[in-house]
Design a protein around this ligand. Sequence first.
Ligand SMILES: Nc1ncnc2c1ncn2[C@@H]1O[C@H](COP(=O)(O)OP(=O)(O)OP(=O)(O)O)[C@@H](O)[C@H]1O
Ligand SMILES: [Mg+2]
Length: 428
Amino acid sequence: MRFQMLPRETWPDFLDLPWDEPLAKWRSSRIVEVARGISRHVVRFVDYDGILYALKELPARLAEREYRLLRELAAASVPVVEVVGVVSERGIPTAGFPAEEGTPSNANGDQLGAVLITRHLEFSLPYRTLFTVRGIGDLHTRLLDALVELLVRLHLAGFFWGDCSLSNTLFRRDAGALAAYLVDAETGELHPSLSDGQRAFDLAIAEENVAGELLDVMAALAEDAEPSDARIEDPLAVAAQLRPSYEALWSELTRDEIFAPNERFRIDARLRRLNELGFDAEEFELLTVKGGYRLRLPTQVVEAGHHRRRLLMLTGLDVGENQARRLLNDLDRFRAELRQKEGRSLPDAVVGYKWRAEVFEPAVAAVPAELAAKREPAELFHELLDHRWYRSEAAGHDVGMADAVASFLEQVLRSVPDERAPIASPPT
Ligand SMILES: Nc1ncnc2c1ncn2[C@@H]1O[C@H](COP(=O)(O)OP(=O)(O)OP(=O)(O)O)[C@@H](O)[C@H]1O
Ligand SMILES: [Mg+2]
């Protein structure tokens, strides 16, 4: 057997699992059932001290390839599931071994493919589950926006997906919106950059897959007795929105702009617009053209995570992009209050540290252990801010954080389902 693993202190060695059996037949106390999308391959989840890992059995060549692609995408800061390793050459050495010469098998003659191990993405929701949870207003717009952003980010990084679909994507709450993560990279190809044709082709695949998947969920929802507000009238029209949304974002991020010599301010305006969208340009190019300049932003230098990086720098908190936006707003409010109290401005780093220690951490720490699996800390904080606002509105004055936390825990958090690793619902 061959274990090819990335070295991380916190990861287990996985040696106690029944590797000489096909994954589908495993009986282990570590196996857990969590909500997940449909798939061709056998995918199962194991639990090591409360941390879950996804195991996917597939031919060695594909597993190696997916392992490599997931690593490369992570290095390019694209949101993907975190890869742990690949286990191959399983079973007993027989003729036809090593693996390159065929799929190894065990004493019973079961074929044993390789197994790709990834870390289960905590608080992620497969798209079918999204249609059953509450609290995501305007779900199909959110879903589409998240998928479009993921696809654009992959394309900026030069990744042709080849199988973009809702079931190959995982969604996490991101301050009321959704953030999408790539889960299945098996069909992908990484290039220095993509041609327009490659991007259009990837988009066509996505549109077709998403249309089918939405039709599917709607059929399932229609059978439910309970009316759902997540119902979509026209799934095909929703899927058809994918292309224009993608084109709009792609163009905002990458289009060339021509301006006159006295319009230098347009460089700033463009870069600011990029930041508002949550992106940064590591560099830009100016080319002189007739009558002025051409501003170019090569795809390789446009990177997502503007607010996220800023919050990380100020507070050490690493959260979703929209969550970071929200937390930064609260940090600004805190800065203004502090300035008034102290009669002077404190350095950014000090304000960031104080805000984290005096505002963020106490709110998160107030959540009792039995409610900790409901929401991820940054999302919890976002919902808490909303709750505080609503209560203050109703009361006609600011109710304060302590009051908001207490009522949020009892009136809201206690009654929502756990989302850290949602349990699989019985198959329908
Ligand atoms: N790291 C992970 N965290 C959470 N869920 C995961 C993870 N890995 C896989 N899953 C779940 O398992 C499902 C199947 O995984 P995946 O899409 O990789 O399998 P597949 O057999 O390659 O799919 P396909 O049929 O598209 O080829 C996903 O839709 C997802 O819900
Ligand atoms: Mg898949």
